[in-house]
Ligand binder design. Structure first.
Ligand SMILES: [Zn+2]
Length: 287
């Protein structure tokens, strides 16, 4: 996948899932559907797995299912047993040694259920909550170093690493309005890729500068998570749809424009992520 990355989109309801499927079909690329513990609790872990499988079988669109930010062994096992293709094992809030031991234990448990499952681990601080934040949660935020990335991958046998490289979950208000963008430490991504030698995921991709995203892909990012951007469009298009006709009560008529609006964001992101091979890299960029 040189010069391209997989788009990962979180879903919390069926319209969002349909939008991701339609976006991937339109662009003609595979996509990852993600659900955090909260999203799985709402949709049902086994029910979501059944939905994704049935949509994939019927449409032929290669969509895969990821158990995003899983904070316990029990929840990881539940997702693996339900048929998820990947699990993000997130003990990143714990001290490094505990993160290593809990992650390693979970990798072994889910691989015993399905040897083909992809296990992702996380080190460093990328904040929590794909929401709109008042201010940037800066100060004391620790970025992943290449050396700890190498140690973590070796000690845990993860297939995919989620590093902290300037990315952050959620968006601040100025990002939602498009006035500011997140910037990434491209040099650090290259160094982590070289040291770790595994697939790399960029979490909290919403609101990131397009050129930074393309440069991050060239530097070694393989999967990019987009959640807040979809949530913002979901809410705004739902409000517009409801306001358009106050007597409209047919859910699928109210929700059709929501699916279409979210699909457009998914398509635009997938096009960007698959087009990086053709763009020029400007290594002098300071971010
Ligand atoms: Zn994340």
């Amino acid at each position: 996948m040189e010069g391209a990355a997989l788009g990962h989109f979180n879903v919390a309801d069926f319209p969002l899932l349909k939008a991701v499927l339609e976006g991937a079909a339109e662009v003609g690329v595979p996509a990852l559907v993600g659900a955090s513990e909260g999203e799985r609790d709402f949709l049902g872990t086994r029910q979501l797995a059944a939905l994704v499988k049935s949509l994939r079988d019927e449409s032929g669109v290669p969509v895969f299912l990821n158990a995003d930010h899983t904070h316990s062994l029990v929840k990881a096992i539940e997702a693996a047993k339900a048929g998820f293709d990947a699990v993000v094992i997130d003990f990143s809030a714990l001290p490094f040694e505990q993160n290593v031991s809990r992650t390693k234990e979970t990798v072994e448990a889910i691989k015993a259920i399905n040897p083909a499952i992809l296990a992702e681990g996380e080190i460093g601080d990328i904040g929590s909550g794909s929401e709109i934040h008042e201010t940037t949660q800066s100060g004391g935020r620790s970025l992943t170093t290449p050396e700890e990335a190498r140690q973590f991958v070796e000690a845990t046998s993860i297939d995919v690493l989620a590093p902290a490289v300037g990315n952050m979950h959620g968006m601040v208000k100025s990002m939602v309005e498009g006035e500011t963008k997140k910037h990434l430490d491209i040099q650090r991504i290259s160094e982590i890729k070289r040291a770790a030698g595994v697939f790399l995921t960029l979490h909290g991709g919403s609101g990131t500068d397009d050129e930074d995203l393309q440069n991050a892909i060239v530097a070694g990012i393989n999967i990019i998570h987009i959640n807040t951007e979809l949530r913002v469009v979901w809410r705004r298009s739902l409000e517009n749809s409801l306001a358009r006709d106050r007597n409209q009560v047919v859910p699928y008529k109210i929700l059709a424009p929501v699916i279409d609006s979210v699909k457009r964001v998914v398509s635009a992101r997938l096009k960007l992520f698959s087009a990086s091979g053709s763009t020029k890299v400007s290594p002098a960029r300071a971010s």
